[in-house]
Ligand binder design. Sequence first.
Ligand code: ITT
Length: 196
Amino acid sequence: MGQTKIKDIYFASSNSNKYLEIEPILRQYGIVSHFAKMSLQEIQSESVQQIAEAKCTNAFDYLQKPVIIEDDGFYLSSLKGFPGQYSSFVYKTLGNQGILKLMQNRADRKAYFLSVIAYGDGHTFKIFSGKTRGMISKLATDGGWGFDPIFVPENTIKTYGELSLLNRKSFYSHRHKSIEKFSKWYIKKRLRYRNR
Ligand code: ITT
C-alpha cells in the first residue's frame, strides 16, 4: 500500500461525551482519531451550517491538522424550535428539569436533535448532517449526558439516557448518522489519495 498523504484526524470539542460516541464509529471505518479538547468560538447565527463552518475554521487554524468538529441543536416543536442553537447554554442554565417544566401541560412533545459535522484540512471543507426525531419524556431517566434523560427517539419507548445504559444509543443517534456519512466520504477520499 502506498504512503497515505492524509494523516489521522482530530476531533476538536470542549465536550468529551461527543468524542466517546464518535470514536468507536470512526474506528469501525478504520479511521484513527484523536481528541483535541478545546473551547471553540461560536458565532451568533441562525444557521447551524455557518456555526459549524466557523468552529471548524477556528479548530483548523489552531491545530493545523485535518479536523472535524460537531455542532448540535435540540429543537422543541411546541417552543417554536427553542433551544435550537442555544442548546448548550440552555442545558447549563435550565437543565433537564427546566425543560420539563417548560413542557408541562403541553400536548405537543415533539422534538428533534440535529448534528452537523464539519471537516476541514486547509484545502477541503465539507459538512454532513444527521437528524433524529422523537419526543420529550414526562420524567427524566438515568443514563447518558446532556438532554439524554428526557429525549425519546422515534421507534423506541426508551430515552437516549436509558439506551446509553444499554449501549444502544448509537442505533438511534443523530451523531451516529452524521459521523457515518462523514466516514463513508472520508475513506473514499483517502482511497483517492492513495491511488495517486
Ligand atoms: P463543543 O465544544 O463541541 O461546541 P458543546 O457541548 O458546547 O461542545 P454544542 O454547541 O454542539 O456542543 O451544544 C449542543 C448541546 O446540546 C450539548 O452541550 C448538549 O447539552 C446537547 N446535546 C447535543 N447532543 C446531545 C446528545 O447526544 N445527548 C444529549 N444532549 C446532547
